[in-house]
Ligand binder design. Structure first.
Ligand code: NAD
Length: 327
């Protein structure tokens, strides 16, 4: 709080309507200079005198930033918050909020989009057709994998994982899931999903879709041993966070044909993409757009702004992930 003035909030990146108006009603909004590097020292400097920071997943919000005097809330415009050191935030009594729920359908839709596109070689086929490669129907042209009736392994059956299982029902897929948190029995029946060990899921699935948060436990959850154990026709879909998959190991496994392909929305060192993935025709690559629909990104912006506005007014933000930090 500035003496005699309004509370200040640092907006790291532009957000969509109606987010800006919600923020402006609650606080004086300072925009992060667009040309300034996104490192901790620069963010700390920009956050000087601010009660809140509205951040996004590329912003490293750790000890240096979280120890800023007067900082009370970091509102992340994302459901994942692995860019924020939660323990340090709680220690400094800085509330952290996220945007769960509003992006489930858009993200599950996109996981399924990548699954279909990779299985049926849509990007490769589009490039082929545009580059005048189509000279007539051929019985063996661009053969792909069956989706209907195949086995889908879902790693992490939270909000988005359940959304993917729900879509898989329409494709008559057998669903195996791996999650330390079992689904209630009626949800298993309704989604036609069977709980499994990670090993069994990997050995039996034609498609494996990853929906876990990035944590110490899920870092490189899929690496060489898991790729070696996959079916040779298996396709990996990752719309969670890049470091959940050991990208270098994935490249080696794809080269050795340990699995058939991958559909990736996220990368280990974003925005860098492993250079050896680029020329692979059996890999579909997207620039972290799983939640990118007009409605979803607008709702995420509004939700993040509302979380911040509530914190600025001294209330408990609706999507608080560390309640221990509330003073
Ligand atoms: P959620 O919390 O509802 O579900 C996560 C699930 O993973 C939970 O059921 C949890 O029990 C499970 N899990 C945790 N650790 C696990 C482990 N070691 N092994 C197996 N399962 C484990 O989260 P959500 O809303 O479904 O989102 C999941 C993740 O997807 C987010 O954390 C985010 O990183 C990512 N995401 C990415 C995009 C994108 O644009 N690509 C969009 C939305 C979400």
């Amino acid at each position: 709080m500035i003496a005699g003035g309004r509370s200040r909030v640092l907006l790291m990146h532009p957000i969509l309507d109606p987010g800006p108006a919600i923020l402006a009603e609650a606080a004086e909004v300072i925009s992060y200079p667009p040309d300034r590097p996104l490192d901790e020292a620069n963010i700390r400097q920009a956050a000087e005198g601010c009660i809140g920071i509205v951040s996004q997943l590329m912003d490293p919000i750790r000890e240096t930033v979280l120890s800023s005097p007067g900082l009370r809330c970091v509102s992340n415009v994302a459901v994942g918050f692995d860019n924020i050191d939660l323990a340090a935030a709680t220690a400094h009594k800085v509330m952290v909020t996220n945007t769960p729920g509003v992006l489930d359908d858009a993200t599950a839709d996109f996981a399924f989009t990548l699954l279909m596109a990779t299985a049926r070689r849509v990007v490769e086929a589009d490039n082929f057709t545009r580059s005048a490669g189509f000279h007539g129907w051929a019985i063996d042209m661009m053969l792909g994998q069956d989706v209907y009736g195949a086995t889908l392994g879902i790693i992490g059956i939270g909000r988005i994982g359940r959304g993917v299982a729900h879509r898989a029902k329409g494709f008559n897929m057998r669903v195996l899931y791996y999650d330390p948190q079992p689904l209630p029995q009626e949800a298993e029946q309704q989604l036609n999903a069977t709980r499994s060990s990670l090993d069994r899921l990997i050995a039996e699935s034609d498609f494996i879709s990853v929906h876990v948060p990035l944590t110490k436990e899920t870092l490189h959850l899929l690496s060489t041993a898991q790729f070696n154990a996959m079916k040779r026709n298996a396709i990996l879909i990752n719309t969670s966070r890049g470091p959940v998959v050991d990208e270098a190991a994935l490249v080696e496994a794809l080269k050795a044909r340990k699995l058939a392909g991958a559909g990736l929305d996220v990368y280990e060192r974003e925005p860098a993409v492993h250079p050896q993935l680029i020329p692979m025709p059996n890999v579909v690559l997207a620039p972290h757009i799983a939640s990118a629909t007009v409605r979803t990104r607008s709702e995420m912006s509004a939700m993040a702004a509302r979380n911040m506005a509530t914190a600025v007014r001294g209330g408990r933000p609706p999507n608080l992930v560390n309640p221990e930090a509330k003073r």
